[in-house]
Design a protein around this ligand. Sequence first.
Ligand code: ATP
Ligand code: MG
Length: 430
Amino acid sequence: MALIVQRPLGTEDITPSQIYKWQTVEKIAKDTAGVFGFKEIRFPTFENTDLFLRSVGETTDVVQKEMYSVIAKESRFTLRPEGTAGTIRAVIQNGMLNDALPQKVFYITSCFRHERPQAGRLREFHQFGCEMAGSQSPAADAEMISLADSFLKRLGLKNIELNINSIGCPTCRAKYHKELKAFFEARKAELCETCQSRLEKNPMRILDCKSPVCSEIAKDAPLILDYLCDDCSEHFEKLQAHLKTLGISYKINPKIVRGLDYYTKTVFEFITTDIGAQGTVCAGGRYDGLVSELGGPQTPALGFAAGLERLIMTMEKQGCDFMEDKKCELFIIPMGDAAFDYTLNIAGKLREEGYRVEYDLMGRGIKAQMKYANKLGALYTMVIGDNELEAKKAKLKNMQSSNETEIALDDKFTDNFSNEILSVILELDD
Ligand code: ATP
Ligand code: MG
């Protein structure tokens, strides 16, 4: 059978047979954010394009090459390529900065970027992100890294390397930009077209270019770490002292500059070598200029985002545990119309109390129903036929042990009846 319309390139379906992996990661994300006191925030899938031009930055790959934008009734909208801009816009717009600081929020959301699809690089992907606004202390940087680190550890991941760097503030960057410009100017003709245009406006973006020629040239470029002002150096030192106290190992990687313009001071990436070239599973940093850039009060802020697809790929590769899907607790097998009516009633009663109860809807025979119950992984089955109805007794079968327990059938489907089933289930579980 040929499907008439297929899903777009670079997008994925998550089928019910795989959803438990996503639910595991999402639950651990929420739990970890929760223990650090971060609350969930939700924001629109699309925003005014200007939001991303101002925040992500006009000379970034994201804005120059990857955004999905539409003009609708003369307004320009863009599907969110990342979550920080929308979050900070929402934090400002909802007056959250007037509340006690720091504000700490998280999201689990889809993002859209027009990239060349490959393993770990999709056009629709998902991020777990955490953002904090209000603290300029290096303790906040350590807190964010600690949150990300706990999250990755709770997922059961191993061999993830934390790389940190500082990319300074506008003060130290002014001098660095000059040096960097001079460096790239000398080899301008070899740079890709985009980077040639970046040379004037934002030479640091060249360090982040994915083109092989540009990245080869960038290898010998001057390093921002050598140009940090006293304030930024001290911030970076204190962060490292906190990380040591927290027992979080890290590597200083002066090459990390991050692909979005809003970063200042601390930047970091958690990297695995287990899933090939796209090994950054989590990345973030401080962005002290973003809130004011978007029209809010000058407010230091920072955050990170982890790519869920890459995390799940790494977990699969490393054989990490996922939460098991909840199984059907009772599969009822009625024989005959009277038994079927009875089944509808018991199932209804038990479902009201929260039990996962199913019965055949395909008109199968008893054997085929048993087989289906097995396939579902049902914990218990109960056959109800005319004999059982007459004797007011049926057998509840534990599908794992094959133990059977007789229970009384109650005509009135009272609480007693479901309590009896429950007590048997509990007993058999012992
Ligand atoms: P990369 O250098 O891999 O392109 P990036 O710097 O563009 O990453 P961020 O914007 O920092 O990535 O996004 C944070 C995280 O989201 C990344 O570390 C990665 O795990 C994930 N991510 C980013 N882009 C994609 C994508 N196209 N497909 C899948 N995951 C992605
Ligand atoms: Mg990218």
